[in-house]
Design a binder for this molecule. Sequence first.
Ligand code: ADE
Length: 253
Amino acid sequence: MNIDVLTLFPDMIRPMLAHSMLARAIEGGYANVSVTDIREYSKDKHRKTDDTPFGGGAGMVLSPQPAFDALRALGAEQKKKIYMSPRGRMLDRELLTELIEAQDIVILCGHYEGVDQRIIDAWDMEEVSIGDYILTGGELAGLVLIDALVRLIPGVLGNEDSHEEESVYSGLLEYDQYTKPRVFEELAVPDVLFGGNHRLIREWQWEQSLRITLERRPDLFEAFLARDPALSISEKAILKRVTEQAHRLEDDA
Ligand code: ADE
């Protein structure tokens, strides 16, 4: 997958690409991420890239010229183009899947008050938001998108199963995790994890996932049930127990 990032702050992006999973994915050839400084395309004698908004108002707006020239230089005509913006479509698994399929994407990160609308319209950009809050610029949002995207590329995580196990992607939130030591400052790890009985461990994890999802994200729980997942007899029995208990608690309240 090829990802081009257009930004006025390339140094906010580059260091993040040099660590952990992103660095491994790039070194392993799974993802190609290149960062372009929009300023390099400015034709202004002071390399200016923005100006005051028509109609008045605070802040500065990214001018069309440097953005258009940078997009042309990247061959963005043929690529999927994203503009990180709190006005955009909320980032979720469905959108990530669409972007993975697109293979070549360009991410424009804006700053200040925003970008000239003609950049978005003429380049057919999809606006993408990472949440209902305003960041100072699109760079952090762009990095969130890149991180979530790259770990979905087949092979990047190593273990293909890890997506299925993970929160949100299986439709349920993850169960609690523990590591050594078994007892730390008198806090013990649940006994079930030590019996060596893998069936019991899986059932305990499944029950935890169900309880946590039902309690914290009833919307995800409903969506999970609506997909009518293929469940074993014991999984069905645990699901029934968890939902009945939840209903009883509701009735008591
Ligand atoms: N730029 C500023 N805030 C943002 C947000 N919430 N999502 C995406 N891009 C942004």
